[in-house]
Design a protein around this ligand. Structure first.
Ligand SMILES: N[C@@H](CCC(=O)N[C@@H](CS)C(=O)NCC(=O)O)C(=O)O
Length: 361
């Protein structure tokens, strides 16, 4: 019996491609280089000889140019049903332990059911550290082979009318990503399954579920780096984070919750908008718009010179405010905010995702 306990992970995918194509994607270097690294990383080098007893060497490269090289030997190759190969990292950053990958392919209605088992880890931590990378890589494999196109695994649960859902949709559109929009109301039992606080939106990427708009947009940006929505410089990145946080903490509350939503879903005693709530919100909004106006100055983007995560969080909030009764008056004293809104409105990503609902008096 082995002295060391062995821990393993298993992942499955159903892929709309025949088993032969899936098998070949594991043993052809030019195909491996397109999927065999987590999203956000590239495969600049791969050498491979797909014969029993021969091996492969593959280098993954992160955005900061750190590289990770893995090597191994083919132990079983039974096209198109099974392949087994060893897996060993050769960098100091990763454990230099020889582990084993076993891929079993079975025909199914969609095409192929893939079952990948990576075994031989000496502790659960090491096993778990490999799980996100495999998840992400297999999602890329599915996208590469699935004729329905890219990002077939992304699903956004929420309501296109919600500002936060809209922000994520702008990010997805900026990156040209296909995704499934799953209509969910806040606090619906289905949404609570994905987002324990019941809010919208939540993103599903294969079996990875994520909530909080900022986290979702950052995840998308890491996975699909082009065009980036996170400023490159330290200060601009921090500035973007500042405005994302200010939008959630102050602006959304005053402009959407206490103003726009009062008109859209009136809660006053006579079924009308509650004017006391609106008037208190208006005073805050005027102050907040002055702060924002100052922050924009002559620019139309708030953190650096390119459209960023901060702009896509702010734009839906300001757009809703502008469309609400009295919104134009509130914005009258904030010409820089109006200019920034017009600039956001001119972007195809904003237009394609606009929920097109108007607040009524
Ligand atoms: N901090 C969350 C906020 C999400 C949020 O509040 N979404 C609104 C819709 S725009 C919602 O779910 N509201 C329901 C509620 O307040 O209970 C995020 O960044 O995603």
């Amino acid at each position: 019996m082995s002295q060391n306990p062995s821990f393993e992970l298993t992942l499955t995918r159903r892929i709309a491609a025949p088993p032969e194509r899936v098998f070949d994607a594991f043993v052809a270097g030019d195909q491996l280089s397109l999927w065999c690294a987590p999203r956000g990383m590239t495969v600049p080098k791969v050498a491979l000889d797909a014969r029993i007893g021969q091996g492969y060497r593959l280098t993954m490269e992160a955005r900061d140019h750190t590289t990770f090289t893995v090597t191994g030997e083919f132990q079983e190759l039974e096209r198109p049903t099974k392949l087994v190969y060893t897996w060993q990292w050769v960098d100091d950053a990763m454990p230099a332990l020889e582990t084993r990958v076993r891929v079993v392919l079975k025909p199914c209605d969609e095409g192929t059911e893939l079952r990948l088992t990576h075994s031989g880890f000496h502790d659960p931590g090491m096993r778990d550290a490999h799980l996100p990378g495999w998840n992400s890589s297999l999602n890329r494999l599915v996208e590469m082979l699935d004729p329905r196109g890219t990002a077939a695994n992304l699903a956004l649960s929420g309501d296109p009318r919600s500002t936060y859902t809209w922000s994520v949709r702008i990010a997805l559109a900026e990156k040209g990503l296909g995704y499934e929009m799953v209509q969910r109301a806040p606090h619906s039992p289905e949404q609570v399954q994905l987002h324990p606080f019941g809010r919208i939106p939540a993103l599903r990427d294969g079996d990875f579920i994520l909530f909080e708009t900022s986290a979702i947009v950052r995840y998308l940006d890491e996975c699909f780096p082009e065009p980036t929505l996170i400023p490159a410089s330290v200060r601009e990145r921090a500035r973007a984070e500042q405005w994302v946080s200010a939008a959630s903490s102050y602006l959304y509350d005053a402009m959407i919750r206490r103003y726009v939503l009062q008109y859209l879903f009136p809660r006053g005693t006579d079924g009308q908008a509650d004017l006391a709530v609106i008037s208190a919100a208006s005073a805050d909004i005027v102050r907040y718009l002055a702060i924002l106006d100052d922050a924009y100055g002559e620019q139309s983007t708030i953190a650096g010179e390119t459209f960023s995560i901060a702009d896509l969080v702010l734009a839906p909030i300001i757009d809703y405010l502008a469309l609400a009764p009295g919104g134009q008056e509130l914005l009258a004293g904030a010409p820089n905010v109006r200019r920034a809104l017009n600039s956001a409105r001119s972007r195809p990503s904003f237009q394609e995702t606009h929920p097109s609902i108007k607040a009524t008096a």
